[in-house]
Design a protein around this ligand. Structure first.
Ligand SMILES: Cc1cc2nc3c(=O)[nH]c(=O)nc-3n(C[C@H](O)[C@H](O)[C@H](O)COP(=O)(O)OP(=O)(O)OC[C@H]3O[C@@H](n4cnc5c(N)ncnc54)[C@H](O)[C@@H]3O)c2cc1C
Length: 443
């Protein structure tokens, strides 16, 4: 028999978008019934959390999700969403949100920076080799900045994760959206893990709830307000199944490559990821310090070609410059589940320029020029699949009344920046809107 429930607000997905809305609504004085549905499980207390096998278990398709064009997407499916595997970087919402789209997120970002203590790591914690990359860039005229972080080494049992940080935080230093879920639960939010939403129920152009399966059982949850926060891939899939065919037409990814070089000294593998960054807004790229975790490295290099896994032996002396590109909206989430997404000619041209810059920095840092190469293309920020201005109002509402979207899919263009602080800010803004509406239902 199907499970049936009635509530005031149902939220789908527990990444930074869904977790923040759940926490803000549950905390509000409005006495709202809030149910949060997450298809993955809570891995935080599992022995495999933050390990290599764990990373493969909770990433979609065991981290082997590829677009038709061969771009590798890392898509964590678990409580906390992709913040369970992120690098803990924070970037303020870019001024174009306000100037181009009339969406002012500044106060929400300020509040979040203060409440979560977002700040760069200390110089010593940024890592010697990573700091050498920043110094080399400065010698070439690029003033890299210490990257703001959602990381507090002071609360770690032992802060020594290095590149492994991306498999999941074992030391406890890194904030994840699952912490907002915990706060929501403490305020009375009902959270279901293992609950995969299939579609939104719609009656006469108004959302009335969602249907799905939880641990093999079908469920229907009726709610007068539905918020989809299933991420840049999950949300358009649900909308497509609910009859909104435009969802998933075009996407952005902040496509990423790493440029590696062999240094005559210890590399960045033991440094926390992305401790120094530089934004070139003319070329629309973000550079940062980053290397693949030790055991992931040969797997990823095998995608580049048979000779590249051999460079694994010098992983301990490798420096890496990450290039995150503001890629153009292109490709598609197909109805059959496959994804089309590669680089446009313009993207490719800008990426080639950025690769030259990264190579110069590595040479300046002392890397052997013959060892410098670019690792395979990948994406960790699937976004822009249900864009504001095309499918959503500025209040994040779809053409279906009371059906909202609040995750990376709403981005009208690529950020080429860490996304999470912007998503939290959007979610706080939406929560205020919903609470105001609830207290004044005729507005
Ligand atoms: C390796 C890696 C490093 C990154 N580093 C950074 C960084 O340093 N800083 C930064 O700002 N960003 C970083 N990001 C990106 C950032 O984590 C994501 O952009 C962000 O988490 C997206 O938030 P979201 O709310 O849109 O969705 P997600 O975080 O993807 O959450 C969506 C959730 O919805 C669930 N879901 C999907 N479909 C369904 C369904 N049908 N029913 C129920 N639940 C569903 C998923 O399981 C998931 O938990 C990184 C990402 C990765 C993968």
């Amino acid at each position: 028999m199907a499970i049936v429930k009635e509530t005031d607000m149902v939220i789908v997905g527990s990444g930074p978008g869904g977790a923040t809305v759940a926490r803000q609504l549950a905390r509000s004085q409005a006495g709202l019934g809030v149910t949060l549905l997450e298809r993955g499980r809570d891995w935080r207390r599992h022995p495999l959390y933050g390990t290599y096998p764990g990373g493969l278990l909770y990433a979609d398709k065991h981290a082997l999700l590829f677009t038709r064009e061969g771009l590798n997407i890392i898509r964590p499916l678990m409580l906390g969403g992709a913040t369970s595997m992120y690098c803990g970087c924070a970037a303020r919402p870019l001024p174009w949100w306000r100037d181009k789209y009339n969406i002012n997120l500044d106060a929400y970002a300020d509040e979040t920076i203060a409440e979560l203590g977002i700040a760069p790591l200390s110089l010593a914690e940024r890592g010697v080799a990573s700091t050498r990359i920043a110094e080399a860039a400065l010698e070439l005229g690029m003033k890299w900045f210490p990257q703001d972080k959602f990381i507090w080494p002071g609360r770690a049992r032992r802060f020594d994760c290095g590149a492994k940080c991306m498999l999941g935080c074992r030391c406890g230093a890194k904030w994840s959206a699952a912490e907002f879920v915990d706060e929501a639960v403490a305020e009375g939010c009902d959270v279901w893990t293992g609950a995969k939403v299939n579609a939104v129920l719609i009656q006469d152009g108004v959302a009335t709830g969602v249907t799905g399966t939880v641990h093999g059982k079908r469920f229907t949850i009726y709610a007068p307000t539905v918020i989809l926060a299933a991420g840049g891939i999950g949300t358009p899939r649900i909308l497509q199944r609910s009859g909104l065919a435009q969802a998933g037409q075009g996407m952005t990814m902040d496509t990423t490559v790493m440029v590696y070089g062999h240094a005559p000294y210890k590399g960045i593998g033991q440094d926390p990821p992305m401790t120094w960054s530089y934004a070139d807004d003319e070329l629309s790229v973000l550079y940062s310090t980053l290397i693949d975790p030790w055991l992931m490295y040969p797997i990823i290099m095998a995608l580049k070609g048979p000779a590249y896994p051999l460079t694994w032996r010098r992983w301990g002396r490798t420096l890496g410059v990450m290039i995150k590109l503001k890629d153009e909206i292109s490709g598609e989430i197909e109805r059959n589940g496959r994804i089309r997404k590669g680089l446009t000619a313009n993207d490719r041209q800008r990426q080639a320029q950025a690769e030259k810059v990264a190579g110069n920095i590595l040479r300046q840092a002392g890397c052997d020029p013959d060892t410098i190469f670019t690792a395979p293309l990948r994406g960790t920020h699937p976004s822009g699949t249900v864009r504001i201005g095309e499918m959503l109002t500025a209040d994040l509402e779809t053409e279906i009344k009371n059906l909202y979207v609040c995750d990376a899919s709403v981005f009208p263009e690529a950020l080429a920046r860490p996304t999470v602080l912007t998503i939290i800010s959007l979610a706080k803004r939406l929560s205020n809107h919903l609470i105001a509406q609830d207290s004044n239902p005729h507005s």
